[in-house]
Design a protein around this ligand. Structure first.
Ligand code: SDX
Length: 392
């Protein structure tokens, strides 16, 4: 429409295609987010990550025995095929962890060929458990590789989150003690990322899955979609933005003016949303955690103060108010991940680990919906009318 002034109505059709789903409800005007009907504020404070994953995938909260069996199954599948270590070792040490992760998930499908058939329910269950169990291990591999440390093996005596912390921050030279503050904070952050309706990466997973591609291939595509700085990559971009404001000495006010003048396409990363035209309810919960976690870890980070100053200015400024730009989930998460000890390039990997249950839930919903058709987004043709090719 922007190029030609024409709309889909001029072409005789209206693109009414929208995806039906029962998994997550968002009201962008009111800033409401519910997982299977449960408000995010309650889920984030009362549930565990795996309990929420079960809820999203199977539709109801698990019984105690269902959750215990699910947790046990996942612990039993954390080991990666030993050959995968050679695969990871062949990648450059400075490879971006998101590239390592998407490549690793694709590679998983070559080792686990007994869980690739989307039309075989046992294959789908096995692929579900394998991805939930092995993605955190591969993510930790990517982290260890980027800092030149040895890969660790998973410790199945630990919970999902604690095992992930030990894989990242433990080492072969000394015992690792789980910090309950870290564990609780990371569990809550992962829950806040578990699903978000038809965002770009989830839509990618559904689109790839609609061709009857296997779950590993679909999730690998979703990881690549999430990588972009306009989507999950924003949490990494926010830290770079805050550090640039601090290190350049330009100050928050001058930066905000540059954003408003759209100098060099600069954006206020971590602000704005395709759906929320109000405060992202997740951002509120993350901001609450930021103060708690940094204080509990005894960390002072001037980037958090810069973020708060940026938010305060933006929420009062007509440029942002008129465009209904508010903090989204990515605005404060990076400051917490940094305080936890994760390198900036691991931030979007953490988003991917959080979002995996949502990707799986949507893929399975699409895969079992008899009305599912292969994805084929409509196009408005704006090119040349018919013309003859020069005679030769
Ligand atoms: C996630 O969809 C999901 O659910 C995603 C997600 C999930 O859980 O899966 O919530 C996770 O991806 C959150 C978003 C993370 N991305 C960022 O923080 C990157 C910065 N944000 C922008 O790039 C932007 O806000 C988007 C991409 C998030 C949304 O873009 P929209 O809604 O399409 O907004 P737009 O591009 O139509 O912009 C409308 C106006 C424009 O100005 P004008 O042309 O009218 O003058 O608002 C401006 C834009 O220039 N604008 C911004 C801005 N975002 C929009 N100006 C400055 N800074 C910004 N961040």
């Amino acid at each position: 429409t922007r190029q030609t002034g024409l709309t889909s109505l001029d072409y005789g059709f209206v693109n009414t295609a929208s995806t039906r789903s029962a998994i997550t409800f968002i009201d962008g005007e009111k800033g409401i987010l519910r997982y299977r009907g449960y408000p995010i504020e309650q889920v984030a404070k009362r549930a565990t990550f795996l309990e929420t994953a079960w809820l999203l995938i199977y539709g109801e909260l698990p019984s105690a025995s269902e959750l215990e069996e699910f947790d046990t199954k996942i612990r039993r599948h954390t080991l990666l095929h030993e050959d995968l270590k050679r695969f990871f070792s062949a990648l450059p040490h400075n490879a971006h962890p998101m590239s390592v992760l998407s490549s690793g998930v694709s590679a998983l499908s070559t080792y686990y060929q007994d869980s690739l058939n989307p039309k075989n329910p046992e294959h789908v269950e096995l692929a579900t458990v394998r991805l939930l169990a092995k993605l955190p291990v591969m993510a930790a591999y990517a982290h260890k590789k980027s800092i030149g440390q040895a890969f660790l093996y998973p410790d199945n005596s630990l919970s999902f989150v604690d095992n992930f912390l030990k894989l990242n921050f433990g080492n072969l030279a000394e015992p690792y003690e789980i910090d309950p503050v870290l564990s609780k904070a990371l569990e809550r952050l992962l829950i806040l990322h578990e699903d978000h309706e038809q965002n770009a990466s989830t839509s990618t997973v559904r689109l790839v899955g609609s061709t009857e591609a296997n779950l590993f291939a679909s999730v690998s595509a979703g990881i690549n979609a999430l990588f972009g700085p306009l989507h999950g990559g924003a949490n990494e971009a926010v830290l770079a933005m805050l550090a640039q404001i601090r290190d350049s000495g330009e100050g928050v006010g001058r930066f905000v003016e540059r954003v408003k003048n759209k100098e060099d396409g600069v954006k206020l990363m971590g602000f704005g949303h395709r759906v929320y035209k109000n405060y992202d309810p997740r951002a509120k919960l993350v901001k609450e955690s930021a103060d708690e976690v940094l204080a509990a870890l005894g960390v002072h980070d001037d980037l958090l103060e810069i973020a708060k100053e940026l938010e305060a200015i933006a929420l009062e400024d007509d440029y942002f108010k008129s465009r209904r730009l508010y903090p989204n989930v990515d605005f404060y998460t990076g400051v917490i991940y940094k305080a936890m000890g994760f390198p900036t390039r691991m931030f979007t990997v953490l988003f991917a680990i959080g979002r995996l249950p949502g990707w799986i839930a949507h893929w399975r919903e699409m895969n079992t919906d008899p009305q599912t058709k292969i994805g084929r987004p409509q196009q408005l043709y704006t090119g040349a009318a018919e013309r003859s090719f020069p005679a030769r």
